[in-house]
Design a protein around this ligand. Structure first.
Ligand code: PMP
Length: 345
C-alpha cells in the first residue's frame, strides 16, 4: 500500500504540473503534492443486496479534508501562471469552509495570505478551523444572491476595494478543469472504465461538471446524476431548465437557489432530490457501518446513488463522491444525534 501511495504521489506532481527537479531526496516535498489520487472504496454493508456495487471516491481523505483541495491548488497555480498573483498577495474567497481549508494549506505552502467570507449558517467548527489555520474569517448574513450582504457579493466587493485576488470558485474555470483533468480520469482508471453512473452534489458545480465532462468524453452511456438537497432549486434546473422553489435545508456545501456559473448542466442526465433526514441517516451509516468519516453531503450522494442502483437502470458499479470529512460538523445537532441513534444498534 505504501508503495502504491508513493507512486500516486509522483503522479500527483505530474497531474498538477509541478516542476520535477530530478535529484530531490524526499519524493513529496510539500503537502500540496499529496492532493488528489484519493482511494476508491467499495461499500461493504450499505447496498450489499443490490445487483451492482456502490463505490465511493474518498475526497475526504485529501490533506485539507475535502474535494476542495484540488480546486484550491488548481486556482492558485493557474493564477500564478497567468501572472495575476504576486508573491505574498492576499487571496479572498466566498466559502462554506472547505475551499477555505484547501486554500489555507495552499496559501501556507506557497506564501499567501487568506481571507474567507462565509454565511452565518455555516458550522462553528468550520469557522474555528479556518481561523486556527490562519485565515481571516468574515461572517455575512444568510442573504440571497440578490442582496449586497450575500457572501459572494461581499467577497467580490472586498477584492475590488483592497486589490485582493478573488479566487472565485463559482466562476473560475480552473475549478471544473481540475476535475476534468484529475478526478474524472482517476475514477475512470480506478474502475477500469467499468462504471454505470457517477453521483455527486453541486455547490459550485465544479466537481460534477468536470468529472461529467471527462466521463462522457470516454463513454457517453455513463450516467451523470446530481444529488440535490430538498429545498435546492438545482434538481428542477437539471430536469426542466427551470429553477425549483427556494426552500430551507441543513446539509451544507451543496444545492443552490441560483445556477452556479461552473455548473455544466449539459453533462448531467438526471437529478435525485434527497431530504436532510435521508442525507444525515446515510452519513451516520457511512461512519458507523463503513468506517468512512464523512460529512452530510456525502450522505446525500450515497442516498442518491442507492436509488440509481436500486432502479436497475445501470448494470455496472455506481460511483458516489464523498466530498468532505465529518470533523467539521461535530457542533451540529444532526451529528450530535448520532450518539443516541447508535445506541439502538
Ligand atoms: N460537499 C461539500 C461539503 C462542499 O463543501 C461542496 C462544495 N461547496 C460540495 C459538496 C460540492 O462541490 P462543488 O462545489 O464542486 O459542486
Amino acid at each position: 500500500m505504501s508503495e502504491e501511495r508513493h507512486g500516486a504521489g509522483t503522479s500527483r506532481v505530474a497531474a498538477f504540473g509541478a516542476a520535477a527537479s530530478g535529484n530531490v531526496a524526499p519524493r513529496i516535498r510539500t503537502i500540496v503534492e499529496t492532493i488528489g489520487c484519493t482511494p476508491l472504496v467499495q461499500l461493504q454493508r450499505i447496498g450489499r443486496d443490490l445487483e451492482v456495487p456502490i463505490y465511493v471516491k474518498c475526497e475526504h481523505l485529501n490533506p485539507g479534508g475535502s474535494v476542495k483541495d484540488r480546486i484550491a491548488l488548481a486556482i492558485v497555480l493557474d493564477a500564478e501562471e497567468r501572472g495575476v498573483l504576486k508573491p505574498g498577495a492576499t487571496l479572498v474567497e466566498a466559502t462554506a469552509g472547505n475551499t477555505g481549508m484547501g486554500l489555507a494549506l495552499v496559501a501556507a505552502a506557497r506564501g499567501y495570505k487568506l481571507v474567507c467570507v462565509m454565511p452565518e449558517k455555516m458550522s462553528q467548527d468550520k469557522r474555528d478551523a479556518l481561523s486556527i489555520v490562519g485565515a481571516e474569517v468574515i461572517i455575512t448574513k444568510n442573504a440571497p444572491p440578490s442582496s449586497p450582504d450575500n457572501f459572494q457579493n461581499v467577497a467580490r466587493r472586498l477584492a475590488e476595494e483592497h486589490g485582493w485576488f478573488l479566487t472565485d470558485q463559482f466562476e473560475n474555470a480552473a475549478n471544473p478543469c481540475v476535475h476534468e483533468r484529475t478526478t474524472g480520469p482517476e475514477i475512470y482508471e480506478q474502475t477500469g472504465g467499468a462504471l454505470g453512473a457517477f453521483v455527486a452534489g453541486a455547490g459550485t458545480g465544479g466537481t460534477i461538471s468536470g468529472v461529467g465532462r471527462f466521463l462522457k468524453s470516454k463513454d457517453p452511456s455513463i450516467r451523470i446524476v446530481l444529488a440535490d438537497p430538498a429545498g435546492s432549486g438545482l434538481a428542477e434546473w437539471v430536469k426542466r431548465r427551470e429553477m425549483g422553489p427556494d426552500g430551507a435545508y441543513t446539509v451544507e456545501g451543496i444545492g443552490s437557489s441560483k445556477v452556479p456559473g461552473n455548473l455544466d448542466v449539459t453533462v448531467i442526465d438526471e437529478a435525485e432530490t434527497v431530504t436532510d433526514e435521508e442525507s444525515f441517516e446515510m452519513t451516520r451509516r457511512l461512519i458507523v457501518e463503513e468506517g468512512l468519516y464523512v460529512g452530510g453531503s456525502s450522505g446525500t450522494a450515497v442516498a442518491a446513488a442507492l436509488r440509481v442502483a436500486e432502479r436497475g437502470e445501470v448494470r455496472l458499479p455506481v460511483v458516489a463522491l464523498l466530498a468532505d470529512a465529518w470533523d467539521r460538523y461535530r457542533s451540529k445537532p444532526w451529528m450530535k444525534d448520532f450518539s443516541a441513534k447508535n445506541k439502538g444498534i
